[in-house]
Every structure is written in structure tokens, then in C-alpha cells.
Design a protein around this ligand. Structure first.
Ligand SMILES: Cc1cc2nc3c(=O)[nH]c(=O)nc-3n(C[C@H](O)[C@H](O)[C@H](O)COP(=O)(O)OP(=O)(O)OC[C@H]3O[C@@H](n4cnc5c(N)ncnc54)[C@H](O)[C@@H]3O)c2cc1C
Length: 383
């Protein structure tokens, strides 16, 4: 019989959610006598992603924020505008800086152990959770799992499951092309081809930027389709001239109002993207994860079953209607965003997406969307 080592808590995945949770535990006396195991199949030593988010004033990630923008650009065929976003800033954290900083804190901790091992399966046995990895068997009283698989959401048909999928190139141009203080939030001037397709640009200087071809749709494209769209946009729209690609970023983030709740149990909780923490209508997950972690920490102290914690609120219903519309009329997504940016200041859009608006502000936001599309979606959900 192989030996099983027991921990109070096991956190699976040392990505955004796993590291934020481990860090919060280390910084809280309640957990100082608890044994915590953090597992990841990866060494987390590569810059596998950049995280952007908007924020007012100073924030908890400022020491690792590598770039900020005070302006955003929205563009479509019929409308385009540069917006000053104060009091917000659009901020960027490089994955590698996040991993380094968060692992550094864990290194000094007495009760968190990190092991680079691939998790093969997670099973419940009585009041324990068993975790089998490539190298060992573990058990824990509580497990937090951040391994995401689309099958977690696509087994059901009640809620559409779209993806925010993208390919991004960090490029260096010979001539100055970019405005370093303006991020392109969405540029819908690209061909829509029956989907919601746009370009997203994070300029680091006049000559360097991360340019991402992004879709909100059901299926991913072939590598060539993303690449052709990027090359075409860089030459025809941005008139970049010659450029060098220095880094590549690709990804897919689930967009669904499916709640993921049925996967949680008394002692097992999915976190991060796997816990349904990606904002269904936008895919933004980083900031929302940082806001959910303290709630989860407080909840843990109550000793209540982990599946009793719910993050559902009225914004879930708005996201649901938006995704119903987007799934049914994927080629009309650009019209929704165009209408929104025409009628709403970005400050209200950010506040709404942060789920901090009052009911009156919700109405202002909703009335800026093409109302017939949303009323139809509402009607279909109600009957
Ligand atoms: C390229 C990219 C860019 C993004 N940009 C933004 C952004 O700008 N803003 C934003 O808000 N959100 C963004 N997101 C969405 C979201 O913030 C990230 O996906 C975020 O990393 C999610 O955190 P997580 O902990 O749920 O998952 P992850 O950070 O992916 O962590 C999961 C961890 O589990 C590990 N793992 C997986 N399988 C196993 C296994 N079998 N055994 C052991 N370990 C395993 C992985 O190695 C990984 O480290 C982006 C996503 C991607 C992919």
C-alpha cells in the first residue's frame, strides 16, 4: 500500500486563484497551525499570460503592475472614440512577476509546502478528499481545485457556453505606431464573419505593443486564421511597416452563466476559472478572483460546508441575458458594444462590470444596450 500524507488543506493549481488563496492563508493567523499543500504540474517560471484590469487609485497589485493606461480606445465601423478613464486606470500585471512575488512569500512560510506534481485524480472518501498525483497520494480535510476543463460546463444545455479566445503578438516596430497612454479596449473594425471579433492592443511604448485578435464565440479558429487576421490588421489598419514578434500569448476563457455549483461538495471547492469566477460577459477573472478570496477565507473560518458559499447576485442574471443574446446572434455582438460605448461613459461600464452599480445605474446601463434583443432574451428565459 502506498503511503498517504494528510494535510488540512490542499490547493490544486498555483495559478492566479491558487496563489492568491495560499497567500491569503499565509497572511492570516487563523491558518498558522494548519498544514497546507500547494500542487501544480508546472514550475510557473514562464510569462504565460498578462493580466489587465481597471482600478481606481492604488491597489494591492501595484508593486507588480508593469504598465498603466489613462485612456482607452473603442472602435467599430460607424463609431470610434478615445476616452479618458479617470478616476480609473487600466493596469497590467505580467504573469511572471505575479508568480515570482507570490512564490517568494510562500517560501518563508512554515506551513505551506509547494510540490510540482501533476494531479491525476481527486476523490471523496468519507470526510476526506484524496488527491493522487504522478508522484504521491495525499489526503486533506478540504481541497481547493483550480483545474479547469470545458467539460465542466458543456455537459449541460441550459446555459450557452461561449469562449473568449485569442492569439496575441507582442511586436516591436521600426517606426512609432502606438500611443503608450491609450489601450485599445476593443476595435471592431475587423471583419466579423458571423462572430464577435475585435482587436485588443496594449501599447508599452510608441514602438512596442501586445496586439490580440479576440473572439467571443463558440469555437476556436485555426492558428492560421488568428495569424492572418493579426498580420492583416498590423499592415492595413495600423500601417506598422516592418515588425518583429517578440512574444506570443494565446488563450481561451469560458463565457457562461452556468454556475459550476454542482461540482462543489462539503469539502471540495473549485476556485478561479474552474469555480466559475471568470466574469461570464467579459472573461475578466483576475480582479474578481482577488475580491472572492477574502470572502472565501472568512467563510472557511465559519467551518460551514464549502458548497454553501454562493457568489450569485443580480449581475449573474444580466450576464445570462447577454450571453443568451451573444450565443444566438453572435454576429451582432459589435452592435451591442457600439451602442454601449456610444451611450455610456466607460466609468459607468467599468462600475457595472465590477458589479458595483446601483439599480438606477443598472437601468442606465441596460437602456444603452439594444433593448429589443435583450427583451427577447428575457422573454425566452421567463417562459
Ligand atoms: C493568456 C491569458 C490571458 C488572460 N488575461 C486576462 C486579463 O487580462 N484579465 C483578466 O481578468 N483575466 C485574464 N485571463 C483570465 C484569467 O484571469 C486567467 O486565466 C487566470 O489565470 C485564471 O486563474 P486560475 O487560477 O483559475 O487558473 P490558472 O491561472 O490557469 O491556474 C491553474 C493552474 O492549474 C495548473 N494545473 C492544471 N492542470 C493541472 C494538473 N492536472 N495538476 C496540477 N496542476 C495543474 C496549471 O499549471 C495552472 O498553474 C487570461 C487568461 C489567459 C489564458
Amino acid at each position: 500500500m502506498e503511503k498517504t500524507t494528510h494535510f488540512d488543506y490542499i490547493i490544486i493549481g498555483a495559478g492566479a486563484a491558487g496563489l492568491m488563496l495560499a497567500n491569503a492563508m499565509v497572511n492570516d493567523d487563523f491558518f498558522s497551525k494548519k498544514s497546507i499543500l500547494l500542487l501544480d504540474k508546472d514550475a510557473k517560471t514562464s510569462n504565460d499570460r498578462t493580466w489587465c484590469f481597471w482600478e481606481k487609485g492604488e491597489g494591492q497589485f501595484d508593486s507588480i503592475v508593469s504598465k498603466t493606461w489613462n485612456h482607452i480606445y473603442f472602435g467599430s465601423k460607424n463609431f470610434s472614440k478615445d476616452y479618458a478613464i479617470a478616476p480609473y486606470q487600466y493596469k497590467m500585471v505580467q504573469g511572471i512577476d505575479f508568480y515570482k512575488t507570490y512564490f517568494e512569500t510562500l517560501k518563508d512560510s512554515q506551513n505551506v509546502i509547494y510540490r510540482q506534481q501533476e494531479v491525476l485524480n481527486v476523490k471523496e472518501k468519507g470526510s476526506k478528499i484524496l488527491v493522487k498525483t504522478t508522484n504521491a497520494n495525499y489526503s486533506a480535510s478540504k481541497v481547493f481545485n483550480s483545474i479547469f476543463d470545458y467539460k465542466m460546463a458543456t455537459h449541460q444545455k441550459k446555459y450557452p457556453v461561449l469562449q473568449q479566445h485569442f492569439l496575441g503578438w507582442t511586436i516591436k516596430t521600426e517606426k512609432p505606431v502606438f500611443n503608450p497612454d491609450q489601450a485599445t479596449y476593443m476595435d471592431f473594425s475587423v471583419q466579423q464573419k458571423g462572430n464577435t471579433r475585435f482587436m485588443y492592443i496594449l501599447p508599452f511604448s510608441e514602438n512596442e505593443a501586445l496586439v490580440e485578435y479576440t473572439l467571443f464565440s463558440e469555437k476556436r479558429l485555426s492558428k492560421e486564421e488568428y495569424e492572418d487576421a493579426l498580420a492583416n490588421y498590423l499592415q492595413k489598419k495600423l500601417k506598422c511597416g516592418s515588425y518583429e514578434i517578440t512574444e506570443i500569448e494565446k488563450g481561451s476563457i469560458p463565457m457562461t452563466a452556468y454556475s459550476f455549483n454542482e461540482h462543489h461538495t462539503e469539502n471540495l471547492r473549485y476556485i478561479g476559472t474552474a469555480g466559475g469566477w471568470a466574469k461570464p460577459s467579459t472573461g475578466y477573472t483576475f480582479m474578481s478572483t482577488s475580491k472572492k478570496i477574502p470572502v472565501l477565507i472568512s467563510f472557511l473560518k465559519t467551518g460551514k460546508p464549502l458548497n454553501e458559499l454562493s457568489f450569485k447576485n443580480r449581475f449573474w442574471f444580466y450576464d445570462l441575458l447577454f450571453l443568451d443574446v451573444l450565443a444566438k446572434r453572435n454576429g451582432q455582438g459589435h452592435q451591442i458594444f457600439e451602442s454601449l460605448f456610444k451611450k455610456c461613459p466607460p466609468q459607468l461600464i467599468f462600475k457595472f462590470l465590477d458589479e458595483q452599480t446601483s439599480l438606477f445605474e443598472d437601468l442606465k446601463f441596460i437602456s444603452a444596450c439594444p433593448t429589443t434583443l435583450f427583451l427577447k432574451a428575457l422573454f425566452n428565459r421567463l417562459i
